[in-house]
Ligand binder design. Sequence first.
Ligand code: ATP
Ligand code: MG
Length: 361
Amino acid sequence: MTGQAPRLDIRNLTRRYGGRAVVDDVSLSVMPGQVTCLLGPSGCGKSTTLRMIAGVETQDSGVVLVDGQPISDGVRNLPPEQRQIGLMFQDFALFPHLSVADNVGFGLKGPRAEVRARVEEMLARVDLGRFIDAWPHELSGGEQQRVALARALAPRPRIMLMDEPFSGLDNRLRDGIRDETLDVLKEAGTAVLLVTHEPEEAMRMADEIALMRDGRIVQMGAPYNIYNAPVDREAVAFFSDINVIRGVVRGALTETPFGQFLAPGVPDGAAVDIVIRPQHLKIDFDRNGSGPLPTARDGTPARGIVQRARFMGNESLVEFRMDHDGSLIRATVPNVFLPRPGKPLWLTMRRDRCFVFPAKA
Ligand SMILES: Nc1ncnc2c1ncn2[C@@H]1O[C@H](COP(=O)(O)OP(=O)(O)OP(=O)(O)O)[C@@H](O)[C@H]1O
Ligand SMILES: [Mg+2]
Protein backbone atom coordinates (compact mmCIF):
# COMPACT_ATOMS: atom_id res chain seq x y z
CA MET A 1 0.00 0.00 0.00
CA THR A 2 2.98 2.34 -0.44
CA GLY A 3 1.96 5.91 -1.09
CA GLN A 4 -1.71 5.09 -1.45
CA ALA A 5 -3.95 7.79 0.02
CA PRO A 6 -6.63 6.58 2.37
CA ARG A 7 -10.01 6.41 0.69
CA LEU A 8 -11.53 8.21 3.68
CA ASP A 9 -9.52 10.48 5.90
CA ILE A 10 -11.02 12.61 8.63
CA ARG A 11 -8.88 15.00 10.60
CA ASN A 12 -9.67 16.71 13.88
CA LEU A 13 -13.41 16.64 13.38
CA THR A 14 -15.28 18.52 16.10
CA ARG A 15 -18.98 19.25 16.59
CA ARG A 16 -20.46 21.17 19.49
CA TYR A 17 -24.04 21.42 20.65
CA GLY A 18 -24.77 24.13 23.18
CA GLY A 19 -21.09 24.47 24.09
CA ARG A 20 -20.57 20.72 24.59
CA ALA A 21 -18.27 18.94 22.14
CA VAL A 22 -20.20 15.77 21.26
CA VAL A 23 -17.53 14.91 18.70
CA ASP A 24 -14.19 16.10 19.95
CA ASP A 25 -11.11 16.17 17.72
CA VAL A 26 -11.77 12.85 16.00
CA SER A 27 -9.27 11.67 13.38
CA LEU A 28 -9.19 8.38 11.50
CA SER A 29 -8.63 6.99 8.05
CA VAL A 30 -9.93 4.02 6.11
CA MET A 31 -8.19 2.38 3.14
CA PRO A 32 -10.12 1.00 0.15
CA GLY A 33 -11.56 -2.43 0.94
CA GLN A 34 -11.13 -1.90 4.68
CA VAL A 35 -13.72 -1.88 7.41
CA THR A 36 -13.29 0.39 10.41
CA CYS A 37 -15.78 0.17 13.25
CA LEU A 38 -16.66 3.14 15.40
CA LEU A 39 -17.47 1.40 18.64
CA GLY A 40 -18.77 3.06 21.76
CA PRO A 41 -21.65 3.46 24.19
CA SER A 42 -24.88 5.28 23.41
CA GLY A 43 -24.47 9.02 23.05
CA CYS A 44 -20.69 9.01 22.54
CA GLY A 45 -20.94 10.74 19.15
CA LYS A 46 -20.83 7.91 16.60
CA SER A 47 -23.81 8.94 14.49
CA THR A 48 -22.83 12.60 14.61
CA THR A 49 -19.43 11.64 13.18
CA LEU A 50 -21.08 9.73 10.33
CA ARG A 51 -23.48 12.58 9.62
CA MET A 52 -20.61 15.02 9.19
CA ILE A 53 -18.84 12.66 6.79
CA ALA A 54 -22.07 12.19 4.83
CA GLY A 55 -22.50 15.96 4.70
CA VAL A 56 -25.91 16.12 6.33
CA GLU A 57 -24.36 17.97 9.22
CA THR A 58 -21.46 20.45 9.22
CA GLN A 59 -18.50 20.26 11.56
CA ASP A 60 -17.37 23.20 13.68
CA SER A 61 -13.81 22.34 12.74
CA GLY A 62 -11.83 19.64 11.02
CA VAL A 63 -11.52 18.29 7.50
CA VAL A 64 -12.94 15.34 5.57
CA LEU A 65 -10.84 14.06 2.66
CA VAL A 66 -11.68 11.42 0.06
CA ASP A 67 -8.77 9.95 -1.91
CA GLY A 68 -6.62 12.78 -0.63
CA GLN A 69 -8.99 15.55 -1.78
CA PRO A 70 -10.78 17.70 0.80
CA ILE A 71 -14.54 17.47 0.38
CA SER A 72 -15.43 19.42 3.48
CA ASP A 73 -13.47 21.76 5.70
CA GLY A 74 -16.39 23.49 7.40
CA VAL A 75 -16.11 26.45 4.99
CA ARG A 76 -16.30 24.76 1.62
CA ASN A 77 -18.50 21.70 1.80
CA LEU A 78 -19.43 19.41 -1.04
CA PRO A 79 -23.18 18.72 -0.85
CA PRO A 80 -24.10 15.20 0.26
CA GLU A 81 -25.28 14.04 -3.19
CA GLN A 82 -21.91 14.87 -4.74
CA ARG A 83 -19.82 12.98 -2.21
CA GLN A 84 -20.20 9.47 -3.69
CA ILE A 85 -20.79 8.14 -0.23
CA GLY A 86 -23.25 5.31 0.33
CA LEU A 87 -25.37 5.27 3.43
CA MET A 88 -26.98 2.41 5.24
CA PHE A 89 -28.72 3.13 8.46
CA GLN A 90 -30.67 1.09 10.95
CA ASP A 91 -33.99 2.38 9.69
CA PHE A 92 -33.04 1.70 6.05
CA ALA A 93 -36.56 1.73 4.63
CA LEU A 94 -37.11 0.44 1.13
CA PHE A 95 -39.63 2.48 -0.87
CA PRO A 96 -42.78 0.41 -0.40
CA HIS A 97 -44.41 1.66 -3.63
CA LEU A 98 -41.40 0.72 -5.77
CA SER A 99 -40.49 -2.78 -6.94
CA VAL A 100 -37.23 -4.35 -5.81
CA ALA A 101 -35.69 -3.45 -9.19
CA ASP A 102 -36.75 0.20 -8.88
CA ASN A 103 -35.51 0.38 -5.31
CA VAL A 104 -32.06 -0.85 -6.32
CA GLY A 105 -32.01 1.37 -9.42
CA PHE A 106 -33.20 4.46 -7.54
CA GLY A 107 -29.89 6.30 -7.42
CA LEU A 108 -28.73 5.25 -10.88
CA LYS A 109 -28.63 7.48 -13.93
CA GLY A 110 -28.26 6.51 -17.58
CA PRO A 111 -30.06 4.50 -20.26
CA ARG A 112 -32.71 2.10 -18.99
CA ALA A 113 -30.93 -0.98 -20.26
CA GLU A 114 -27.74 -0.02 -18.41
CA VAL A 115 -29.63 0.66 -15.21
CA ARG A 116 -31.41 -2.69 -15.52
CA ALA A 117 -28.11 -4.49 -16.07
CA ARG A 118 -26.58 -2.90 -13.00
CA VAL A 119 -29.67 -3.74 -10.93
CA GLU A 120 -29.48 -7.37 -12.08
CA GLU A 121 -25.77 -7.50 -11.26
CA MET A 122 -26.30 -6.07 -7.75
CA LEU A 123 -29.22 -8.36 -6.96
CA ALA A 124 -27.23 -11.36 -8.15
CA ARG A 125 -24.42 -10.31 -5.80
CA VAL A 126 -26.69 -10.37 -2.80
CA ASP A 127 -28.24 -13.57 -4.09
CA LEU A 128 -31.70 -12.12 -4.71
CA GLY A 129 -31.95 -12.17 -8.49
CA ARG A 130 -35.23 -14.06 -8.33
CA PHE A 131 -36.90 -11.19 -6.46
CA ILE A 132 -36.15 -8.52 -9.05
CA ASP A 133 -39.82 -7.89 -9.84
CA ALA A 134 -41.15 -8.48 -6.32
CA TRP A 135 -42.44 -5.84 -3.94
CA PRO A 136 -40.67 -5.03 -0.67
CA HIS A 137 -43.54 -6.38 1.45
CA GLU A 138 -43.11 -9.80 -0.18
CA LEU A 139 -39.59 -10.09 1.25
CA SER A 140 -38.40 -11.20 4.69
CA GLY A 141 -36.56 -8.75 6.92
CA GLY A 142 -33.20 -10.22 5.96
CA GLU A 143 -34.01 -10.10 2.27
CA GLN A 144 -35.08 -6.48 2.55
CA GLN A 145 -31.79 -5.75 4.26
CA ARG A 146 -29.90 -7.27 1.35
CA VAL A 147 -31.94 -5.24 -1.14
CA ALA A 148 -31.02 -2.13 0.85
CA LEU A 149 -27.38 -3.15 0.62
CA ALA A 150 -27.70 -3.66 -3.16
CA ARG A 151 -29.34 -0.24 -3.44
CA ALA A 152 -26.58 1.43 -1.43
CA LEU A 153 -23.84 -0.23 -3.50
CA ALA A 154 -25.41 0.16 -6.96
CA PRO A 155 -24.05 3.67 -7.62
CA ARG A 156 -20.54 2.38 -6.82
CA PRO A 157 -19.90 4.52 -3.74
CA ARG A 158 -16.27 4.99 -2.83
CA ILE A 159 -17.21 4.93 0.81
CA MET A 160 -20.00 3.24 2.71
CA LEU A 161 -21.21 4.62 6.02
CA MET A 162 -23.24 2.15 8.02
CA ASP A 163 -25.00 3.05 11.25
CA GLU A 164 -26.08 -0.05 13.21
CA PRO A 165 -27.34 -1.57 9.95
CA PHE A 166 -27.91 -5.03 11.40
CA SER A 167 -29.64 -4.16 14.64
CA GLY A 168 -33.14 -4.73 13.27
CA LEU A 169 -32.44 -8.37 12.40
CA ASP A 170 -32.94 -11.40 14.54
CA ASN A 171 -29.80 -13.16 15.74
CA ARG A 172 -30.09 -16.15 13.49
CA LEU A 173 -30.21 -14.06 10.32
CA ARG A 174 -27.69 -11.54 11.47
CA ASP A 175 -24.46 -13.52 11.31
CA GLY A 176 -25.09 -14.66 7.76
CA ILE A 177 -26.04 -11.20 6.53
CA ARG A 178 -23.04 -9.61 8.19
CA ASP A 179 -20.69 -12.02 6.48
CA GLU A 180 -22.35 -11.63 3.08
CA THR A 181 -22.31 -7.86 3.41
CA LEU A 182 -18.62 -7.91 4.22
CA ASP A 183 -17.89 -10.08 1.20
CA VAL A 184 -19.74 -7.76 -1.16
CA LEU A 185 -18.11 -4.62 0.27
CA LYS A 186 -14.59 -6.09 0.19
CA GLU A 187 -15.07 -7.30 -3.36
CA ALA A 188 -16.16 -3.81 -4.43
CA GLY A 189 -13.11 -2.25 -2.71
CA THR A 190 -15.35 0.10 -0.76
CA ALA A 191 -13.99 1.80 2.35
CA VAL A 192 -16.44 1.14 5.15
CA LEU A 193 -17.04 3.02 8.35
CA LEU A 194 -19.46 1.03 10.46
CA VAL A 195 -21.03 2.24 13.67
CA THR A 196 -21.98 -0.16 16.39
CA HIS A 197 -22.26 -0.29 20.15
CA GLU A 198 -21.82 -4.07 20.20
CA PRO A 199 -18.27 -5.28 20.73
CA GLU A 200 -19.01 -8.70 19.17
CA GLU A 201 -20.23 -7.05 16.00
CA ALA A 202 -17.15 -4.82 15.85
CA MET A 203 -14.77 -7.73 16.36
CA ARG A 204 -16.55 -9.78 13.76
CA MET A 205 -16.64 -7.08 11.11
CA ALA A 206 -13.69 -4.77 11.62
CA ASP A 207 -10.17 -4.65 10.28
CA GLU A 208 -9.74 -1.81 12.70
CA ILE A 209 -11.75 -0.65 15.70
CA ALA A 210 -11.91 2.96 16.85
CA LEU A 211 -13.10 2.87 20.44
CA MET A 212 -15.06 6.03 21.20
CA ARG A 213 -16.07 7.56 24.52
CA ASP A 214 -17.51 11.02 25.28
CA GLY A 215 -16.85 12.28 21.78
CA ARG A 216 -13.23 11.16 21.62
CA ILE A 217 -11.42 8.17 20.18
CA VAL A 218 -9.71 6.58 23.17
CA GLN A 219 -8.05 3.70 21.33
CA MET A 220 -7.64 2.52 17.77
CA GLY A 221 -6.31 -0.75 16.46
CA ALA A 222 -7.00 -4.25 15.20
CA PRO A 223 -9.68 -6.10 17.22
CA TYR A 224 -6.98 -8.40 18.65
CA ASN A 225 -5.01 -5.47 19.97
CA ILE A 226 -7.97 -3.61 21.41
CA TYR A 227 -9.09 -6.74 23.22
CA ASN A 228 -5.68 -7.85 24.44
CA ALA A 229 -3.94 -4.52 25.02
CA PRO A 230 -6.72 -2.21 26.23
CA VAL A 231 -5.75 1.35 27.20
CA ASP A 232 -7.72 1.52 30.41
CA ARG A 233 -10.11 -0.26 32.71
CA GLU A 234 -13.17 1.02 30.83
CA ALA A 235 -11.79 -0.34 27.59
CA VAL A 236 -11.52 -3.81 29.15
CA ALA A 237 -15.00 -3.52 30.63
CA PHE A 238 -16.52 -2.54 27.30
CA PHE A 239 -15.72 -5.98 25.89
CA SER A 240 -16.50 -8.22 28.83
CA ASP A 241 -17.31 -8.55 32.45
CA ILE A 242 -14.32 -7.71 34.63
CA ASN A 243 -12.93 -8.31 38.12
CA VAL A 244 -10.96 -5.52 39.73
CA ILE A 245 -8.44 -5.93 42.55
CA ARG A 246 -7.25 -2.65 44.06
CA GLY A 247 -3.66 -2.44 45.29
CA VAL A 248 -1.15 0.15 46.47
CA VAL A 249 2.28 0.48 44.86
CA ARG A 250 5.61 0.17 46.70
CA GLY A 251 8.76 0.19 44.64
CA ALA A 252 6.97 -0.39 41.30
CA LEU A 253 5.26 -3.47 42.78
CA THR A 254 1.89 -4.01 44.29
CA GLU A 255 1.15 -6.75 46.78
CA THR A 256 -2.19 -8.57 46.55
CA PRO A 257 -3.70 -11.80 47.87
CA PHE A 258 -2.94 -13.17 44.40
CA GLY A 259 0.75 -12.33 44.72
CA GLN A 260 2.84 -9.41 43.51
CA PHE A 261 2.18 -7.48 40.33
CA LEU A 262 4.48 -5.16 38.45
CA ALA A 263 3.34 -1.57 38.25
CA PRO A 264 6.12 0.12 36.28
CA GLY A 265 6.16 3.89 36.34
CA VAL A 266 3.54 4.19 39.08
CA PRO A 267 4.76 6.27 42.06
CA ASP A 268 4.92 4.86 45.58
CA GLY A 269 1.66 5.13 47.48
CA ALA A 270 -0.48 5.39 44.34
CA ALA A 271 -3.35 2.96 43.89
CA VAL A 272 -3.60 0.61 40.93
CA ASP A 273 -6.40 -1.54 39.61
CA ILE A 274 -5.54 -5.05 38.54
CA VAL A 275 -8.17 -6.02 36.02
CA ILE A 276 -8.92 -9.55 34.88
CA ARG A 277 -11.69 -11.09 32.83
CA PRO A 278 -13.70 -13.95 34.40
CA GLN A 279 -12.43 -16.46 31.83
CA HIS A 280 -8.83 -15.84 32.86
CA LEU A 281 -9.20 -16.96 36.44
CA LYS A 282 -8.40 -20.55 37.23
CA ILE A 283 -10.29 -22.55 39.82
CA ASP A 284 -8.47 -25.18 41.81
CA PHE A 285 -9.37 -27.59 44.60
CA ASP A 286 -8.13 -27.83 48.09
CA ARG A 287 -6.03 -30.96 47.71
CA ASN A 288 -6.52 -32.76 51.06
CA GLY A 289 -6.09 -29.54 52.95
CA SER A 290 -2.70 -28.81 51.39
CA GLY A 291 -4.07 -26.16 49.01
CA PRO A 292 -3.86 -26.10 45.25
CA LEU A 293 -0.80 -26.63 43.09
CA PRO A 294 -0.38 -23.46 41.05
CA THR A 295 2.01 -23.28 38.11
CA ALA A 296 4.47 -20.39 37.84
CA ARG A 297 2.13 -18.69 35.38
CA ASP A 298 -0.75 -18.72 37.83
CA GLY A 299 0.85 -16.80 40.69
CA THR A 300 -0.47 -17.09 44.24
CA PRO A 301 -3.82 -18.75 44.91
CA ALA A 302 -6.43 -17.01 47.06
CA ARG A 303 -9.35 -18.81 48.67
CA GLY A 304 -13.02 -18.00 48.30
CA ILE A 305 -16.39 -19.55 49.01
CA VAL A 306 -18.73 -20.29 46.14
CA GLN A 307 -21.75 -17.99 46.38
CA ARG A 308 -23.48 -18.91 43.17
CA ALA A 309 -22.83 -21.09 40.20
CA ARG A 310 -24.71 -20.91 36.93
CA PHE A 311 -24.59 -23.38 34.10
CA MET A 312 -24.42 -21.42 30.82
CA GLY A 313 -24.03 -24.16 28.23
CA ASN A 314 -20.44 -23.92 27.05
CA GLU A 315 -19.24 -22.68 30.40
CA SER A 316 -20.22 -22.18 33.99
CA LEU A 317 -20.21 -18.82 35.71
CA VAL A 318 -19.09 -19.08 39.32
CA GLU A 319 -19.22 -16.25 41.86
CA PHE A 320 -16.90 -16.33 44.87
CA ARG A 321 -16.84 -14.42 48.16
CA MET A 322 -13.12 -14.04 48.85
CA ASP A 323 -11.76 -14.94 52.29
CA HIS A 324 -9.24 -12.09 52.40
CA ASP A 325 -11.63 -9.13 52.07
CA GLY A 326 -15.15 -10.40 51.44
CA SER A 327 -15.13 -9.07 47.88
CA LEU A 328 -16.92 -10.87 45.05
CA ILE A 329 -15.00 -12.35 42.15
CA ARG A 330 -16.49 -13.95 39.09
CA ALA A 331 -14.86 -16.74 37.17
CA THR A 332 -16.05 -18.67 34.16
CA VAL A 333 -14.95 -22.23 33.67
CA PRO A 334 -15.18 -23.72 30.23
CA ASN A 335 -16.50 -27.16 31.04
CA VAL A 336 -19.17 -29.06 32.88
CA PHE A 337 -18.10 -27.97 36.33
CA LEU A 338 -20.77 -26.67 38.64
CA PRO A 339 -19.65 -26.36 42.27
CA ARG A 340 -22.20 -26.13 45.07
CA PRO A 341 -22.69 -22.85 46.97
CA GLY A 342 -20.71 -22.89 50.22
CA LYS A 343 -17.83 -24.86 48.76
CA PRO A 344 -14.36 -23.41 49.43
CA LEU A 345 -12.18 -23.28 46.31
CA TRP A 346 -8.95 -21.59 45.29
CA LEU A 347 -8.57 -19.03 42.58
CA THR A 348 -5.50 -18.04 40.62
CA MET A 349 -5.18 -15.30 38.03
CA ARG A 350 -3.49 -15.94 34.74
CA ARG A 351 -0.60 -13.51 34.99
CA ASP A 352 -0.35 -12.96 31.24
CA ARG A 353 -4.01 -11.93 31.16
CA CYS A 354 -4.02 -9.30 33.91
CA PHE A 355 -4.03 -5.60 33.16
CA VAL A 356 -2.60 -3.13 35.65
CA PHE A 357 -3.87 0.46 35.44
CA PRO A 358 -3.40 3.47 37.70
CA ALA A 359 -6.64 3.69 39.69
CA LYS A 360 -8.99 6.52 38.94
CA ALA A 361 -10.47 8.18 41.99
N1 ATP B 1 -29.07 17.99 16.82
C1 ATP B 1 -28.62 17.84 18.06
N2 ATP B 1 -28.78 18.81 18.98
C2 ATP B 1 -28.30 18.67 20.25
N3 ATP B 1 -27.64 17.58 20.71
C3 ATP B 1 -27.46 16.59 19.83
C4 ATP B 1 -27.92 16.65 18.47
N4 ATP B 1 -27.56 15.50 17.86
C5 ATP B 1 -26.93 14.76 18.78
N5 ATP B 1 -26.85 15.41 19.96
C6 ATP B 1 -26.19 14.90 21.18
O1 ATP B 1 -24.89 14.51 20.85
C7 ATP B 1 -24.51 13.33 21.56
C8 ATP B 1 -24.04 12.29 20.56
O2 ATP B 1 -25.13 11.85 19.76
P1 ATP B 1 -24.95 10.69 18.67
O3 ATP B 1 -26.25 10.54 18.02
O4 ATP B 1 -23.80 11.03 17.81
O5 ATP B 1 -24.61 9.45 19.61
P2 ATP B 1 -24.38 7.92 19.21
O6 ATP B 1 -22.98 7.59 19.64
O7 ATP B 1 -24.72 7.71 17.79
O8 ATP B 1 -25.40 7.17 20.17
P3 ATP B 1 -26.35 5.87 19.90
O9 ATP B 1 -25.48 4.65 20.06
O10 ATP B 1 -27.36 5.97 20.99
O11 ATP B 1 -26.94 6.01 18.53
C9 ATP B 1 -25.74 12.90 22.34
O12 ATP B 1 -25.56 13.30 23.68
C10 ATP B 1 -26.87 13.66 21.70
O13 ATP B 1 -27.87 13.96 22.63
MG1 MG C 1 -26.31 6.65 16.82
